[in-house]
Design a protein around this ligand. Structure first.
Ligand code: XMP
Length: 515
């Protein structure tokens, strides 16, 4: 099968590359991020129609400054260098780069000198975002300046004949409002790529590939109820119908009615064969007396795998397992970021995150997609809105929001509380604006008074945060009225609770979840 037109981003610094990839995908063009030193031969063997050299934290004068394979310049594939990528162009094609003593950082006004190619249809003067120390001081042969700012005479350069362009500013960030248009110009005009990377196209190709790969064999999918695993199930089901079996393991600490909803969604809505496993007793048994957060997480993760393996055997011969791995996970393992943290903050447990030596052959139909592309795909496949727009929910579920021992009684309290918080946040129109909003059941009781009587009951902490990637987060400034409604409803409707507090810590130094 012919490979889709491909735009390759050579990665000189992970954070920039990911943003560029987002912009390219938004322009309906398929792209992949590859390491900066990917051999030209590899690029030649794929259907590469354009290359973007990303920005990065280095100076071309650094001792181990990263360089691309020198043969990429001869491939005849159009190239756009961004920031460091542009300096690499100048340096390698025998222009020059001047070492900067001052760093130019922030907004600047770009004046366009050549309103063609990457600047076609762009106003003469635009705002752009600069962040660089060095700048291009001598142009390579055949290049001309196509844009300048007050401080940077060569803010954009290009060679129409060689189809190589460089911009010193960052078109991928929102602070360059016309940035997306400039990237589109490079893709459509310079590279001649057509914007054909759409969800319909993706569904069609993925179904064809799944059919070819799986044939008449059976395939299993571990459902969590989140957008990724549900979308995988819907996609595989569309391609392979009843060759798919979904397994849902109820650990006992899902949200209120969640297990019931998932069962209904699969069996009624999608007519997918679902095996529901109530493993709650087993999980509660293992967690008896356990209060240490890491121990809890490890027990839940290990037990999940055990249950999964035992139950999968009962289903007979199923060679394949479908998983909801996304593109950012793929990049993380393929292009390791230079900075790695040595400490384990939390041991993550992901439903479907099974060990590598598992006997199944893994199928990952979402491994090319970003989260918002998965949402669009899920929507087209008929996954209901409340799953598509769902806030992230951790694999260990409510168990890591119950500080102290996890018991069925305590889960029940938190399920009610969580339901109230969720519905009030939605009613007030905050659900989609927040990264997460939830309740935490604390291991302390406090004194209260209800009617004329003294009470000695549980305390709930409400946590609501804004974030873009969960790496950092800020506590949400929710309106007092909303907090009041949430608090009132919790103490009135949950007889086990007499106090509600609001968590006003950001991440770092706190984390989003309490355990
Ligand atoms: P923290 O608490 O580390 O959480 O700030 C960052 C994000 O990760 C989610 N989270 C998990 N997700 N399995 C998951 O699938 C886990 O074990 C897990 N632990 C935390 C958390 O909800 C937040 O969005």
């Amino acid at each position: 099968m012919a490979e889709h037109d491909l735009l390759v981003i050579l990665d000189f610094g992970a954070q920039y590359s990911m943003l560029i990839a987002r912009r390219v995908r938004e322009a309906n063009v398929y792209c992949e991020i590859l390491p900066y030193n990917t051999p030209a031969e590899t690029l030649k063997s794929r259907n590469v129609k354009g290359i973007i050299l990303s920005g990065g934290p280095n100076s071309v004068y650094d001792k181990d400054a990263p360089h691309p394979d020198p043969s990429i310049w001869q491939l005849g594939i159009p190239i756009l260098g961004i920031c460091y990528g542009m300096q690499i162009i100048a340096k390698e094609l025998k222009g020059d780069v001047k070492k900067g003593h001052k760093h130019e950082y922030g907004k600047a006004e770009l004046e366009i000198d050549d309103p063609e190619n990457i600047f076609a249809g762009i106003p003469k003067k635009i705002k752009c975002w600069m962040s660089h120390g060095d700048s291009v001081s001598k142009l390579p042969q055949g290049f001309k300046i196509i844009g300048h700012t007050e401080n940077t005479p060569a803010a954009a350069i290009g060679s129409e004949d060689q189809k190589i362009y460089g911009v010193q500013f960052h078109p991928e960030v929102v602070h360059t409002p016309q940035g997306s248009e400039i990237i589109k110009n490079f893709l459509y005009i310079v590279c001649g790529i057509k914007p054909t990377w759409t969800t319909e196209h993706y569904i069609e190709t993925a179904c064809r590939e799944l059919k070819a790969k799986i044939g008449k064999e059976k395939i299993l999918c571990a459902l969590s109820g989140g957008v990724d695993s549900t979308t995988v199930a819907a996609l595989v089901h569309k391609a392979l119908g009843n060759q798919l079996t979904c397994m849902f393991i109820d650990q006992g600490f899902m949200r209120k009615d969640e297990a019931k909803k998932i069962k209904e969604l699969c069996s009624r809505h999608f007519k997918i064969h679902i095996v529901y496993i109530d493993a709650s007793e087993r999980f509660f048994g293992k967690l008896k007396g356990i209060v240490d957060p890491e121990q809890k997480r490890k027990i839940i993760g290990t037990e999940f795998i055990r249950v999964f393996e035992e139950e999968a055997i009962k289903l007979g011969e199923i060679p394949y397992l479908a998983q909801g791995t996304l593109y950012p996970d793929v990049i993380e393992s393929a292009v390791p970021s230079k900075v790695t943290t040595a400490h384990t903050i939390k041991t993550h447990h992901n439903v479907g995150g099974l060990p590598k030596d598992i006997k199944f052959k893994l199928i990952e139909p979402l491994r090319k997609l970003f989260k918002d592309e998965v949402r669009a795909l899920g929507k087209d496949l008929g996954v209901p809105d409340d799953i598509i727009m769902r806030q992230p929910f951790p694999g260990p579920g409510l168990a890591i929001r119950i500080i102290g021992e996890v018991t069925p009684e305590r889960v029940k309290i938190l399920q009610e509380v969580d339901d109230i918080i969720g519905s009030e946040i939605k009613r007030a129109g905050f659900y989609k604006k927040l990264w997460q909003s939830f309740g935490v059941l604390l291991p302390i009781r406090t004194v209260g008074v209800m009617g004329d009587k003294r009470t000695y009951l549980n305390t709930i902490a409400v946590r609501a945060v804004t974030s873009v990637d969960a790496m950092t987060a800020d506590w949400a400034r929710l309106p007092y009225d909303l907090l009041e409604t949430i608090s009132n409803r919790i103490v009135n409707e949950c007889p086990e609770v007499n106090r509600v507090v609001y968590d006003i810590s950001s991440k770092p130094p706190s984390t989003i979840e309490w355990e």
